[in-house]
Structure formats: C-alpha cells, structure tokens
Design a protein around this ligand. Structure first.
Ligand SMILES: [Fe+2]
Ligand SMILES: [Fe+2]
Length: 276
C-alpha cells in the first residue's frame, strides 16, 4: 500500500498489521477506540493511556497507537483461543489444551468484568485524537520470527543453550536490557521438541507449559511468566523439561519493528516511545 498525499486511516493501520501477520479475522484483543484518517505522524508505544494521548496532542501527532490492549477491551479473553491453535499445530490433543485455556479465559473474564470499560478511550474521544491498539497481529509476527530463528539454528542435537543463542540472533532480543533466561531446566539439557507459545493474548502459565511437556514437547519458550508459576513447574518436572523466557518488551519489539518499518516505507512518520 503506497501512501497517498492524505495519509492512512486507523482501519488501514490495523489491516496492514493483520496482513503482515497472515490474519483475516479481526483480533479480539485489538481495538480502534477512536477512528481517524489522513494520518501521517504517529506516536507509538507499548503502553499508551490518557497521559500519552495528551502528549500526542501537545506534540502535534495525528494518532496515538498502543500495543497493549486497554482494559476496556472486554473481548480480550477470546484471543487466548489462539493458544489452542498453536498447541494443536504442535501435536497437542485439542481436548487437553482447550481445558486449560478455558480456565485461563474464565479468570481473564472475571478480571475484565471489574475493569473500567471506558477510561482512556473516553479521553481520546474528548481530545478527538485517533487512538488504537494493535496487539495480537504484532505478537504473531514476533512469534513467527522467534520460531523461525529456532528452526534455523537448532538441529536435532541442539541444547537449551542453543535455543537461547537462536533467540539472541534476533537483534531486538539480543540488544535488550533484559536477557533470555532459562526458568526451568538447564542450558546443557537437550532442547528436543521446542515450541514458542506466544502470540495468543498472554502466556499460559504453568498449566499450559505442563500440557506441552506431558505431550512430547521438551522446551517451551514464553516471552514472560509470573514468578508463582515457576515452582509449580519445578515440582512437576524436576528434570528433563525446559522453559525459556525471551523477555517481554524485547519480544514485543521483535514483532513491532517489522510493522514500523513497513509504515516508514510508506512515508508515515513514527515516533517510538514506551519500550519501542
Ligand atoms: Fe505483545
Ligand atoms: Fe506485551
């Protein structure tokens, strides 16, 4: 898509991200809160709320774009279904993964039910500032980059250290202030079957990793995991299985950068803030 003199619309921004991710279904965790057109200058960050909308206005931007979804996105839990797709593609029985994901979705629904469903978007409307968040398509771009890097660099005898090295071939991850960490298992372990379980809303915690481990996957890669989840995995899998975390913001950036590059090639000015 070439940029004509009048810039892009918020709908086109979403569509470009979906096309790059190979998606046709509008992502349940993404939202155009305030539509806009003639957009040529975007303030883009991972977390963008009321303060950032005001910064965008003060500094003369046409649009404020976030990666993380606003709490008002009540359909967010539905994006977790993508974990089922990723697991099934990796040979996990659908019934087993579905059960775990339904539980996580239920908890997410409870959390969303109590959230303020119209905070930042109400200010964006008041400011008349085009405002959107693009979450899953960009995470899917990142997931593919990470899985491809592992595929390209890890043969059948690869160790977990080799998986870490493969992830570090992605410059966003290598250059980040965070490191790729092994949260379960050890570097000298054989990596075996390795799955990047990312790009489905949020990580699946110990419960999802456990489903993978019980079904022939030896190494799971998440971008992050809560501290309470690690002892559960250590208790269930004291040896042989591995969990690698690539770093939250660094891995988000790995999916976001190709999108920013595309926008810049179209002549759109993108200012990076909040982790970009
Ligand atoms: Fe993300
Ligand atoms: Fe994120």
């Amino acid at each position: 898509m070439a940029l004509n003199g009048s810039g892009v619309t918020t709908e086109q921004l979403m569509k470009i991200a979906m096309e790059m991710a190979g998606q046709t279904k509008f992502p349940a965790d993404s939202r155009i809160h305030v539509p806009g057109k003639n957009i040529r200058k975007i303030l883009f960050g991972i977390d963008m709320g009321v303060a950032e909308l005001l910064v965008g206005r003060q500094l003369g931007y046409d649009c404020v774009m976030a990666h993380h979804p606003d709490p008002s996105v009540l359909t967010f839990p539905d994006v977790l279904d993508l974990h089922v797709d990723i697991a099934v593609q990796n040979g996990i029985p659908e019934k087993e993964v579905r059960e775990v994901i339904e539980r996580i979705k239920h908890n997410q629904r409870l959390a969303r039910h109590s959230a303020n469903y119209d905070h930042a978007p109400s200010f964006a409307r008041l400011l008349n500032m085009p405002y959107l968040s693009i979450h899953n398509p960009l995470d899917e771009i990142g997931r593919k980059r990470m899985q491809d890097a592992i595929h390209a660099h890890c043969g059948p005898d690869a160790t977990v250290d080799d998986v870490v090295a493969a992830l570090n071939t992605i410059e966003e991850i290598r250059n980040a202030p965070t490191n790729v960490e092994i949260r379960l298992g050890k570097g000298s372990n054989k990596a075996g079957k390795t799955v990047v379980a990312h790009g489905a809303g949020t990580n699946g915690g110990a419960a999802l990793a456990s489903v993978y481990f019980r079904n022939g996957v030896d190494t799971v890669v998440y971008i992050h995991i809560g501290p309470a989840e690690i002892p559960k995995l250590q208790a269930e899998f004291p040896t042989g299985k591995n969990l690698v975390v690539s770093g939250h913001i660094a891995s988000d950036l790995a999916g976001i950068n190709p999108f920013i590059k595309r926008l810049e090639e179209m002549g759109i000015e993108v200012t990076r803030v909040s982790g970009l």
